[in-house]
Ligand binder design. Structure first.
Ligand code: AMP
Length: 417
């Protein structure tokens, strides 16, 4: 049975907490952005305040085995600083029995990178490139078999399990999903996970209408499942950014050298047809800011999005498109935004994306619920200084994307089951 952090009695208990401390490090192993560590602090602090102790576990990067470059010892001082207690470090997550047993209420222990073991992800390592299917199958079976022991060991350190790692919730890994079965009555989400789940539900389950999704970014192929799921749920679907040109081409438009995927034209047409059948208003860009080359200082020209000169490519939404989209946004009660509507990394082509961020902030101020999630739109909204002017900014790129594709995330299901 699922428990809740606020009600659970942590007094004298040891909590094993899966967090996402996969922070960027520079070549001196200094943390360049500690947002992920900060976002887990409310959960960790709450457990300590309530008289528990915490065993913190995470992955860092994509090590292929034990590799100091990916050691969590590089971040232990920062975790101590932010948590306000001196955090002990266990240099092997499978040999932390004594360190875990020694914890008293109010203390914290950080386990070394879980991915130093192949068992965390349950994928075999070191397979020869020419391995036969038989060999691959045997290696997979071996790692799956030892995964049980790996999970059991982690579970043995604690009395309860808390998952606060939304960034890896879409993976059925040992520490994000499998471990939960050892705590049938003592498993719960951390505050960050609770917040992310509520944000998703606010959009996909309990949305106030009109509900609008703004989907941008580079390719239709990477957002096809998102579009297919949303077209059955939203009132308005704004499609912008590089992926918009495949839709424009599908409608017979001339898109010049703009990014597009010919092989996805049938899918684009199917989405437009489904939208029509369901009465969903699809809004594509009507005017585009074109560039002659994919560079910041390239000359700019405004085109009808359906009639871009053959030598030019669409790189941002022009003011007329933005005006249309702004009207839709400001008339909505719930708005989901995923993906920039232009090449926002180039400052001269960032105006459209900035205007969307501004419109979302205005809608939020007027009482709409606004969720920004999934990869680059989060970077855009943060970089542009609008992160605290929208209702919620998701911390999980891939996880949020899979959630809005309508998939059940294993890390969430393991707690709710
Ligand atoms: P995604 O990761 O799919 O959300 O895509 C984000 C990327 O889409 C960013 O790097 C943007 O530069 C890119 N993008 C947005 N609009 C365009 C465009 N018109 N042409 C090329 N790339 C674009």
């Amino acid at each position: 049975m699922q428990q809740y952090l606020d009600n659970y009695d942590f007094a004298g208990k040891k909590a094993i907490v899966r967090v996402d401390f996969n922070v960027p490090l520079n070549d001196k192993f200094e943390i360049t952005d500690d947002t992920r560590i900060r976002r887990a602090m409310p959960t960790l602090k709450k457990i300590l305040e309530k008289g528990g102790s915490v065993i913190i576990m995470s992955h860092l990067g994509r090590p292929k085995g034990v590799d100091d470059k990916f050691s969590l010892r590089h971040i232990v001082d920062r975790v101590s600083e932010l948590l306000g207690v001196s955090v002990a470090f266990a240099p092997d997550c499978q040999k932390a029995d004594d360190a875990a047993a020694a914890l008293v209420p109010g203390q914290a222990l950080l386990l070394e990178n879980l991915r130093f073991y192949a068992e965390e992800e349950g994928k075999p390592r070191g397979l020869k490139e020419d391995a036969s299917d038989e060999e691959k199958k045997a290696a997979k079976a071996a790692v799956k078999a030892s995964q049980k022991e790996f999970v059991k060991k982690l579970a043995s350190y604690a009395d309860c399990y808390v998952n606060d790692a939304f960034g890896t919730a879409h993976r059925a890994h040992a520490s994000t999903a499998l471990i939960a079965e050892y705590f049938p009555n003592d498993k719960m989400f951390g505050y960050l996970m609770e917040g992310e789940i509520k944000a998703i539900d606010n959009v996909l389950k309990n949305a106030q209408r009109p509900l609008t999704a703004i989907i941008g970014g580079s390719k239709v192929s990477s957002k096809l499942a998102v579009l297919k799921n949303l077209v059955g749920k939203v009132d308005n679907l704004i499609i912008g950014g590089g992926m918009g040109y495949t839709f424009i081409k599908a409608q017979g438009g001339q898109i010049g050298k703009s990014l597009h995927e010919d092989e996805l034209i049938p899918d684009a047409l199917a989405i437009l047809a489904e939208a029509k059948e369901k009465g969903v208003n699809v809004s594509l860009s009507v005017k585009t800011i074109g560039g002659q080359a994919f560079e910041n200082d390239t000359p700019q020209r405004i085109f009808d999005t359906h009639a871009i000169d053959p030598e030019w490519e669409g790189m941002d939404a022009a003011p007329e498109s933005i005006e249309n989209w702004k009207k839709i946004i400001l008339a909505s009660k719930t708005i989901l935004w995923n993906g920039p509507v232009g090449v926002f990394e180039l400052p001269n082509f960032a105006k459209g994306t900035l205007a969307i961020a501004e419109a979302l902030a205005e809608a939020t101020e007027k009482g709409a619920y606004t969720l920004v999630g999934g990869g680059d739109s989060v970077a855009a909204v943060t970089q542009m200084g609008y992160a605290d002017k929208v209702s919620y900014v998701s911390t999980g790129g891939g996880a949020m994307l899979e959630a809005i594709e309508g998939k059940v995330l294993p890390g969430i299901a393991a707690i709710q089951d």
